[in-house]
Ligand binder design. Structure first.
Ligand code: ZN
Length: 295
């Protein structure tokens, strides 16, 4: 018996990745497993038969389940944004970071098109790059170029033995990144996009693909632009750079907006907190407060 990860179900068969190959599995009638609802990402015990055929004998309990698309046991979300052309939508990135954090999944930020970015860099005094901003907060950040291969090895190492979902706007180069990570497995450009994978029909065909020693979902794990429901005081929990500082705010209930003697605003004025991040915090705070009122 070997343990593998379910990639997809299709026409009554289940495709399982185990020991570096894909097995075509069926369910044996006498096992209760037949009544189970399987999801990509499920860890299953399989019994090899002839060739690449096997039967699924048991399913392990799930560590987490992501909905839309439904995937089990997700380790990390790869948030893919271009460094330039198009200019990264940092409001969307910060929104996705909140959704991912709220779902209890590790966010990994991947900035693409590093070659194009370096080409337009001007000399002289520079503001800290977006990479520096997010790295200083404590996020895991990669800068890559799918064209030149810069940074690709580092991302590959991050994928090994993990289940990852991809998210990010169209035009960020998700397909090119996937192809650079997994040469030979052509994914059509434009196949993964934030907008095109909606609706009941497509979500049922989610599958995990073998990529750089790990498994990657071919559809975005996070595509909603709405923030998850939360109380206004909880929003700051999703901003790691606020967490250590807020105990120094004068008021326990400080929302870091109009309150006096706010440690977050002091850090903003010192340049320790990014002005763009703080601006997004205020925008999101209004949205959370409005959503709170609707309940
Ligand atoms: Zn405060």
């Amino acid at each position: 018996m070997i343990i593998g990860v379910l990639l997809k179900g299709y026409s009554g068969f289940y495709y399982v990745f185990a020991e570096d190959r894909v097995w075509e599995c069926s369910l044996r009638g006498r096992f209760r497993v037949k009544d189970q609802d399987f999801l990509p990402g499920d860890r299953v015990k399989i019994l090899p038969d002839e060739g690449d055929k096997a039967t699924i004998e048991a399913v392990e309990p799930r560590r987490n389940v992501l909905s839309r698309p439904a995937i089990a046991n997700v380790d990390q979300a790869l948030l893919v944004f271009a460094m330039t052309s198009p200019k990264p939508d940092l409001n969307l990135l910060d929104r996705l970071l909140i959704q991912v954090t709220d779902a209890g999944i590790e966010p990994i930020i991947i900035f693409t098109k590093l070659d194009k970015y370096e080409a337009v860099l001007t000399t002289g005094a520079e503001e800290p790059s977006i990479t520096d901003v997010y790295r200083q907060i404590g996020y895991t950040v990669f800068e890559v170029s799918s064209e030149t291969g810069q940074g690709i090895e580092e991302v590959r190492a991050q994928l090994v033995d993990k289940v990852s979902v991809l998210a990010g706007p169209s035009g960020a180069g998700k397909s090119s990144l996937f192809n650079a990570l997994s040469p030979g497995k052509k994914l059509k450009t434009g196949e993964i996009s934030l907008k095109s994978k909606r609706g009941r029909h497509t979500t049922r065909h989610v599958e995990l693909m073998v990529c750089a020693g790990g498994l990657v979902a071919d559809t975005p794990g996070f595509s909603s632009l709405f923030l998850p429901p939360m109380k206004r005081a909880e929003l700051a929990d999703c901003f790691p750079e606020f967490i250590d500082r807020r105990s120094s705010c004068r008021f326990n209930s400080c929302l870091h907006d109009k309150e006096p003697n706010c440690a977050i605003k002091a850090a903003l004025e010192n340049g320790e907190i990014s002005a763009v991040r703080y601006e997004h915090y205020l925008i999101f705070l209004q949205e959370v407060i409005e959503a709170e009122r609707r309940y």
